[in-house]
Design a protein around this ligand. Structure first.
Ligand SMILES: Cc1ncc(COP(=O)(O)O)c(C=O)c1O
Length: 486
C-alpha cells in the first residue's frame, strides 16, 4: 500500500512551488499527455515570478519525467504527474454539471450509521466516549436554571448572543475578525450549508464541488434542484485554483461549495495561498463561495488552519460550521457567517425554523467559555492522529494488494482505494450480512458509477471490535479481489 505524500508548501523553494503547481495541473488533467504547456513568459506573468524561476521549475519537471522540451516549440506534458490516489485515473476532470442520483444508497448508509447492532466502520460521527458528556450535561442543567425563562423562549433568528460572541472569539485563530452580529446559529452545519445554497442559488443552478465530496452535501444539492459540477481534488491539496479557473471559463457556475480544511472524505488541507487565490478568483467572477469548515478545529499536528473566509473582503464567502464533530452532534448546534448574504440567510432561517433550540446553545456557550474546550480539542487531535495511523496500518495489513489510502492531516476519516475490480457497493452488502457497515465510494459523487472501488472508513473509534471489523472487511475485499483476478 502506498501512502499519499504531503507536499511541503511553506518550506519549498519558489521554483519547487511553481513546479508543484504545474504538476498538479497535469495530475488533475488540466493539461493532458502531449499537450503544450503555457510558455515561460505566460507562467511568469500568471504566477508573478521571474522567467528564470519558471525555467528552473520546468527543468525540475523535466528531470522528473513529467514534461519534455521540444526545441523552438516549448514544453509538453510527457506523462501525467500523478500521486498514488490519482494513478488509477478516476480523478480526471468532469466538466459537465450532473444531476445527483445516489439518494437511496446514501439514505441506507445514513440509516445504518444509527444502527447500534452494526460495527460502525464508516460513519463520520465522533465516539461519545471521547466527548465531554458529563460536563456538558451539567452545563445544560445549570444554564437552564440560570436562564430560567430565556431557555424556554423563542430567540431571534440569529440565535443566542452569548454563543455568537464565543464563536466570534474562536474565529480569530482562523483568521477572521467577526462581530457576533455577523453570525447566525443553525441546526448543525447541515442547515448552515442548506441555507447558504438557498440564499445564493435558484433551481437549475450549477454548484462547483470538490470530488469526492461529502455525500449529504450532494443530497442537499439534489433536494434543491441544483446541479453538481465536480472538480477532482488533489488528495493532499484539494482543488487547484488553476483548474477552477479553467472550469469557470467553460461553464456557467452559480456557486462553489468546498471543505477547505480536512475535507470529508479526503482529509486534505488546502494551502493558504490556494485559499487566497480561490477567493479572489471567485470574487472576480462574482461567484459566492460556501465554505464548510466543520473539521477546521481538528488538525492533527499543525495549528488551526485559516479559513478561506479570512481572505474575503467582498463578503462573497458564506462560512459554515458546527460543534457536531468536536462536542455534541446531537445538540445540532451549527452556525453560518453569510457575509453580504446575511439578509437572505436571516429570512430563510426565520421561514425554515424561526430559530434554533435555546438550551443546547446556552450549554455550548458556557462550555466554550468555561468548560476547557481547548484542552478537549488537544486531546481529540492527538487521539485522531493515533487512530488514523492505526486504521491506515490495519487497512495496509488486511486489504488486497494494491490498496491505497489518503493521508488526512486532520479529522478522522480515511479514503481508501481498492483494486479496480473490487466493487464497494457489493462489498457493502456482504459486509452488512457480517454485521459491519462503512461508506461505499459511489455516494461521494454525483456521477453514476464513480468511485466504485473506493470506500470511506472512520477512525472516530478504535477498539478490538473495530480492529476485528477492519480485518473482516479486508478479508471480504480480498476474497472479492481474488475472485475477479482469476
Ligand atoms: C463535511 C461535512 N459537512 C457537514 C456535516 C454535517 O454536520 P452537522 O452534523 O453539524 O449537520 C458533516 C458530517 O459528517 C460533514 O462531514
Amino acid at each position: 500500500m502506498t501512502i499519499v505524500s504531503t507536499v511541503p508548501q511553506e518550506k519549498s523553494l519558489l521554483y519547487e512551488q511553481v513546479a508543484e503547481r504545474i504538476s498538479v495541473m497535469v495530475s488533475q488533467g488540466t493539461f493532458l499527455s502531449g499537450d503544450r504547456l503555457p510558455s515561460v513568459r505566460n507562467l511568469s506573468q500568471q504566477f508573478k515570478v521571474s522567467k528564470s524561476t519558471v525555467m528552473e521549475a520546468y527543468s525540475l519537471l523535466e528531470d522528473r519525467g513529467v514534461v519534455a522540451v521540444r526545441p523552438q516549440s516549448g514544453y509538453y506534458v510527457c506523462q501525467p504527474a500523478r500521486n498514488s490516489l490519482q494513478e488509477s485515473g478516476v480523478n480526471l476532470p468532469v466538466l459537465r454539471p450532473t444531476v445527483v442520483t445516489t439518494g437511496e444508497l446514501a439514505l441506507m448508509v445514513f440509516r445504518d450509521a444509527a444502527d447500534s447492532r452494526l460495527i460502525q466502520l464508516g460513519a463520520a460521527i465522533p465516539d461519545l466516549e471521547n466527548m465531554p458528556v458529563d460536563r456538558l450535561n451539567r452545563m445544560l442543567s445549570t444554564e437552564s436554571r440560570r436562564y430560567r425563562q430565556q431557555s424556554l423562549a423563542y430567540e431571534m433568528p440569529a440565535g443566542c448572543l452569548r454563543l455568537r460572541t464565543q464563536i466570534a472569539r474562536r474565529m480569530v485563530t482562523a483568521g477572521c475578525s467577526l462581530s457576533p452580529d455577523d453570525i447566525f446559529v443553525t441546526n448543525g452545519c447541515t442547515e448552515a450549508v442548506a441555507l447558504a445554497l438557498r440564499a445564493v442559488c435558484k433551481q437549475g443552478d450549477t454548484v462547483v464541488l470538490e470530488s469526492p465530496t461529502f455525500f449529504n452535501t450532494l443530497q442537499i444539492i439534489a433536494s434543491l434542484g441544483l446541479k453538481a459540477l465536480e472538480i477532482p481534488a488533489h488528495p493532499a491539496l484539494g482543488i487547484n485554483p488553476d483548474t477552477l479557473r479553467f472550469v469557470l471559463e467553460q461553464n456557467k457556475v452559480d456557486a462553489c461549495l468546498l471543505v477547505t480544511n480536512f475535507s470529508n472524505p479526503l482529509g486534505y488541507l488546502m494551502p493558504d495561498s490556494a485559499k487566497a487565490e480561490l477567493v479572489s478568483l471567485l470574487a472576480r467572477h462574482d461567484i459566492p463561495l460556501i465554505e464548510d469548515d466543520i473539521y477546521g478545529e481538528l488538525a492533527h499536528d499543525t495549528r488551526r488552519p485559516l479559513v478561506a473566509k479570512s481572505f474575503d473582503s467582498a463578503g462573497q464567502v458564506l462560512l459554515c460550521s458546527s460543534f457536531s464533530k468536536t462536542i455534541a452532534p446531537g445538540y445540532r448546534v451549527g452556525w453560518i457567517v453569510p457575509g453580504k448574504f446575511a439578509p437572505q440567510v436571516e429570512r430563510l432561517k426565520a421561514v425554515t425554523s424561526l430559530t434554533s433550540a435555546v438550551p443546547p446553545q446556552l450549554a455550548i456557550a458556557e462550555y466554550l467559555d468555561n468548560g476547557g474546550y481547548e484542552a478537549h480539542l488537544r486531546r481529540l487531535r492527538r487521539l485522531y492522529a493515533r487512530q488514523i495511523a492505526a486504521l491506515s496500518q490495519a487497512v495496509e495489513r488486511h486489504f488486497p494488494e494494491g490498496t491505497r489510502c489518503s493521508r488526512p492531516e486532520g479529522g478522522f476519516v480515511l479514503w481508501v482505494e481498492m483494486p479496480e475490480t473490487v466493487d464497494s457497493v457489493i462489498l457493502y452488502e456482504q459486509a452488512r450480512e457480517h454485521g459491519i457497515t462503512f461508506a461505499p465510494g459511489p455516494i461521494f459523487s454525483a456521477q453514476p458509477g464513480k468511485f466504485r472501488n473506493y470506500l470511506r472508513l472512520s477512525a472516530a473509534s478504535w477498539s478490538d471490535k473495530v480492529a476485528e471489523g477492519v480485518e473482516l472487511l479486508g478479508r471480504l475485499a480480498k476474497e472479492a479481489w481474488l475472485k475477479t483476478a482469476r
